[in-house]
Design a protein. Structure first.
Ligand code: FAD
Length: 455
């Protein structure tokens, strides 16, 4: 018998429930990845993620070959490609990981219908993309949890599933047609600082992080210059690392750092379960607040300055330039940059979310859209009208200004915290030529936002 494993956001051999189930149920397995036309058509397949994805596929193929198999790559409509592989191999069963976006849910429905019509079976495995399955933790009579803290309380006590070892051998039937596995060199236009993708690179990063970062995570994760977070987000997005395994390892390690890290992984699950129940929240306000956001016409200059890292607020600009250069941004940077756009400039969160998704290697429908909604106050934040002041944020999370000097070279000559308000240096001979004046006044922004929200 032959089974197909359709890899999606679970591009790993270790702790992969779909792969494990396929291997346990059939003599031969087709490890299939489809370069899906529908995803390309949405504009989601941007160079930074494509570069990382190519690494993931190259590494998956290499690891499969070490075990006697190989990766089969096809392009086109995912349902047509799966059906064509079933037809060519006589396979009867398809295994894949459960996922949450509107697109992923529609893909699953289409596959299920197409397979049922040919008397074949689709097996969808949860607790692969997330630690706890969406819908497993719900208040009575509801389909998801809308507040993080009570969600986390229950999430933290959910019985863990066993972490699965990688298979030793993978037997792939002969003669299955495959396109060449994409390689990173084929991708044009990725940012210079995009990290290496693939399970092997993910495991190396995980080992280094567990050795040298995890224990201090609780104290240091908000320090912008320390760069003391795991940087595992893209590996989690593409599933080159399993979130179930990460939680198990952190719990084994124990301590305050590990606890704080596990809590962040619970945030990831939290947003996934919101999106699974409310797929429209990727576009529409989860909790509408009657906003009449300034349009791209009204706020064009501010939006452009924000995207380019030239708002005149150094900490915002540093964060935005880190994104341009690395396709990644520190979480504290994401929070203050998103608050600046939505609350100080009063621009629609969708404008910011789109820009982030065009660059973030970890760009993720659940985490990105729902964190943007959280920051804009249209999501699950229980204090939706809080506004992060970039100067106060800078003083607290980049007290010495090192993060700003790293990313904003025009300001590298200004020592200490004075770097956060270069406009105060005019006339002192220390001003930074070429660095813009603030594009909007903080007090004006605050007044506009309070009026808009009726505060
Ligand atoms: P760590 O601090 O090491 O955290 C470990 C893991 O926990 C992360 O890799 C991530 O998977 C998860 N995590 C941490 N914080 C959050 C959070 N607030 N929400 C959900 N999961 C979290 N994360 C993405 O993975 N993709 C996105 O597209 C994304 N967009 C964001 C947009 C905005 C406006 C904001 C405020 C946050 C966004 N985040 C997103 C969440 C968070 O900023 C990143 O996950 C984190 O910065 C990634 O770096 P890290 O792996 O070093 O995180």
């Amino acid at each position: 018998t032959v089974a197909v494993v359709l890899f999606t956001r679970d591009l790993r051999l270790r702790d992969n429930p779909a792969l494990r189930a396929a291997l346990a149920s059939a003599d031969a397995v087709v490890p299939l990845f489809v370069r899906d036309d529908a995803i390309a058509a949405t504009g989601y397949a941007v160079p930074n993620r494509q570069a990382f994805l190519a690494d993931c596929l190259t590494d998956l193929d290499r690891q499969l070959r070490e075990r006697g198999g190989r990766l089969v790559v096809r392009s086109g409509d995912v349902v047509e490609q799966v059906c064509s592989v079933l037809h060519e191999t006589g396979a009867t069963d398809v295994h894949m990981a459960a996922d949450v976006s509107a697109y992923a849910q529609a893909r699953e429905d289409r596959l299920r219908r197409a397979l049922a019509a040919g008397r074949r079976r689709l097996h969808v495995h949860d607790r692969s993309v997330t630690v706890v399955a969406p819908g497993d933790i719900t208040p009575a009579g509801k389909d998801h949890m809308a507040v993080f803290t009570p969600y986390f309380r229950r999430w933290a006590t959910a019985p863990p599933r066993e972490v699965l070892a990688a298979p030793r051998r993978v037997h792939v039937p002969a003669g299955v047609r495959s396109e060449p596995v994409p390689s990173r060199e084929d991708v044009r236009g990725a940012a210079p600082g995009v990290g290496r993708g693939g399970e092997s690179a993910g495991r190396a990063r995980l080992a280094a992080w567990t050795r040298s970062g995890l224990d201090a995570y609780a104290e240091r994760h908000d320090d912008l210059a320390a760069d003391a977070t795991s940087r595992l987000s893209a590996h989690l997005h593409f599933g080159t690392l399993s979130p179930v395994e990460l939680v198990a390892r952190a719990r084994r390690r124990g301590g305050l750092g590990a606890e704080a890290f596990v809590r962040q992984l619970a945030w990831r699950d939290f947003h996934h379960q919101v999106l699974a129940a409310r797929p429209a929240a990727s576009r529409a306000d989860y909790r509408p607040r009657g906003d009449r956001w300034r349009t791209e016409e009204q706020a064009g200059e501010e939006i452009e300055a924000w995207q380019q890292g030239r708002t005149g607020y150094p900490v915002v600009d540093a964060a935005m330039r880190q994104l341009l250069h690395e396709g990644w941004m520190h979480n504290r940077g994401r929070l203050l940059a998103a608050s600046f756009l939505t609350k100080t400039c009063y621009v629609d969160w969708r404008v910011g979310a789109r820009h982030f998704l065009s660059l973030l290697v970890d760009g993720d429908v659940a985490n990105n859209q729902l964190n943007w909604q959280w920051t804009a106050g249209t999501g699950t934040d229980t204090r939706p009208n809080r506004v992060l002041n970039p100067l106060a944020q800078a003083a607290r999370y980049d007290p010495d200004g090192a993060y700003v000097r790293r990313w904003v070279p025009e300001l590298e000559g200004i020592a200490g915290r004075a770097v956060h308000a270069p406009w105060k240096l005019h006339g002192t001979g220390r001003a930074a030529p070429g660095y813009p004046a603030p594009v909007v006044g903080l007090a004006d922004g605050l007044t506009r936002f309070r009026r808009a929200r009726g505060g």
